[in-house]
Design a protein around this ligand. Structure first.
Ligand SMILES: Cc1ncc(C[n+]2csc(CCOP(=O)(O)OP(=O)(O)O)c2C)c(N)n1
Length: 344
C-alpha cells in the first residue's frame, strides 16, 4: 500500500486558477448596499428563528446559515429570475435571496398556512415554483441530480436558463453528487455546482471524510471547469459565480465552485459545537461577511453612517413585521391536527 503522502500527488488542471487570496473586487455603493441589506435581513431573520425555536414556536429541525450569508447572497445576485436554484436543508437565506419574503419564510417555520410551503414543509422544505426555487432538501447530496435534471430540461427546451445547485462539502462524498457531476459534464448541461464548504459536516471536518480535502478537484476527472475561493466578500462571490453562470448560459459548460466559509452556530439548534474551539470560532468571526461589507461601505465607498443606520432600522422593522405576521397567521390544518392535536 502506498504511504498516505504519495496518494495526494498534486493534480494539474489550471483551466481556472484555484484561489484563496484576499484580492478584493472593486465595487460601487449601488451594487454593495442592496447586498449588505439582503445579508443583514437573512441574519436577522435567522436570529428571530433561533429565538422562536428556543420558546417552542418552531418544531423539528432548524439549520441556520449565520456566518455564511455572503455565499447565497452573492451567488444568487448573479442570476436572472428564470434561473433555477436548488439547495439543502440550510436554505432560508437562499430562498430569501431568490425573492421569497421574510414573512412567508418565518410563517413556514412557524407551521402556518401563510408559509411559502403552506406550513407543511417547515425549515427543510421550502419551495417556490413562481421564483424557480426547487427546494429545500433534507437528504444530503440527494438534490444534486435534481438540479442537474432542471439543467437538462432547460437545455432540451433551448431556454438559456442556468441551474445553480448549492450543497455542503459533506455532499461531495455522496453517490448523487458523483452521478450529477458525471452527467452534467457528459451531456454539457448549464449547471453551476456551488459547494459551501463551511468546514464541518455536522461535527466531522473535511479531512476526516475525504482523502484530498479540495472539493473543487472533483471537477478535474470530468474535464469540468472549477473555481475555489473564500466566501467572506459578497462581491467576490457575485463576480466569480457570474463568470460560471455566463459560461453555463452561453456554452452549456458546467462548473464546480468550492467556496470556503464558516457557520458561526452549531450544525442545528441541538448542536453545542463541542468539536471546535472558541478560538477557532472567534477567528472566523473576524471575517464576518456582513461586518466586512459594512466596513467597505463606510471606509472605502464613504457611505455615511446615517444611511447604514437607516438600513439597519429598516431591516429590524422588516423582521419584526415578519415575526408578527407569522405569530398572527393561522396554523396549517395538518399541523393543528397532528402536532398540536387539536380537534378540527
Ligand atoms: C444521505 C444522508 N445521510 C446523512 C444525513 C444526516 N445529515 C444531515 S446534515 C449532515 C451533514 C452534512 O454536512 P454538509 O454537507 O457539509 O452540509 P452543512 O450541514 O455543513 O451545511 C448529515 C450527515 C442526511 N440528512 N442524509
Amino acid at each position: 500500500m502506498l504511504p498516505r503522502a504519495m496518494s495526494s500527488t498534486p493534480i494539474a488542471d489550471e483551466r481556472i486558477e484555484a484561489d484563496t487570496e484576499d484580492n478584493l473586487e472593486s465595487t460601487t455603493t449601488e451594487e454593495l448596499l442592496p447586498l449588505f441589506r439582503r445579508m443583514l435581513a437573512i441574519r436577522r431573520m435567522e436570529e428571530a428563528a433561533a429565538k422562536a425555536y428556543s420558546v417552542g414556536k418552531i418544531g423539528g429541525f432548524l439549520h441556520l446559515i449565520i456566518g455564511q450569508e455572503a455565499v447565497c447572497t452573492g451567488a444568487i445576485a448573479s442570476l436572472r429570475p428564470e434561473d433555477y436554484v436548488i439547495a439543502t436543508y440550510r436554505e432560508h437565506g437562499h430562498i430569501y435571496a431568490k425573492g421569497v419574503s421574510s414573512r412567508e419564510i418565518l410563517a413556514e417555520l412557524w407551521g402556518k398556512k401563510t408559509g411559502i410551503s403552506k406550513g407543511l414543509g417547515g425549515s427543510m422544505h421550502m419551495f417556490s415554483k413562481e421564483l424557480n426555487f426547487l427546494g429545500g432538501h433534507g437528504i444530503v447530496g440527494g438534490h444534486v441530480p435534481v438540479g442537474v435534471g432542471a439543467a437538462f430540461k432547460a437545455k432540451y427546451k433551448g431556454e438559456k436558463r442556468v441551474s445553480v445547485v448549492f450543497f455542503g462539502e459533506g455532499s461531495s462524498t455522496i453517490g448523487g453528487f458523483a452521478e450529477g457531476l458525471a452527467l452534467a459534464a457528459l451531456w454539457k448541461l448549464p449547471v453551476v455546482f456551488i459547494c459551501e464548504n463551511n468546514q464541518y459536516s455536522m461535527g466531522t471536518p473535511l479531512h476526516r471524510s475525504m482523502a484530498i480535502p479540495d472539493v473543487s478537484l472533483r471537477a478535474v476527472g470530468h474535464g469540468m471547469a472549477r473555481d475555489r475561493f473564500d466566501g467572506d466578500d459578497v462581491i467576490k462571490v457575485k463576480r466569480r459565480v457570474a463568470a460560471a453562470v455566463e459560461r453555463a448560459r452561453e456554452t452549456n459548460e458546467p462548473t464546480l465552485i468550492e467556496i470556503r466559509t464558516y457557520r458561526f452556530r452549531g450544525h442545528s439548534m441541538s448542536d453545542p459545537g463541542l468539536y471546535r474551539t472558541r478560538e477557532e470560532v472567534a477567528d472566523w468571526k473576524r471575517g464576518d461577511p456582513i461586518a466586512r461589507a459594512k466596513r467597505r461601505l463606510l471606509e472605502e465607498l464613504k457611505v455615511d453612517e446615517a444611511t447604514i443606520k437607516g438600513i439597519e432600522a429598516e431591516v429590524k422593522e422588516e423582521i419584526a413585521d415578519a415575526v408578527r405576521f407569522a405569530d398572527e397567521s393561522p396554523a396549517a390544518d395538518e399541523y393543528r391536527k397532528y402536532v398540536l392535536k387539536e380537534e378540527q
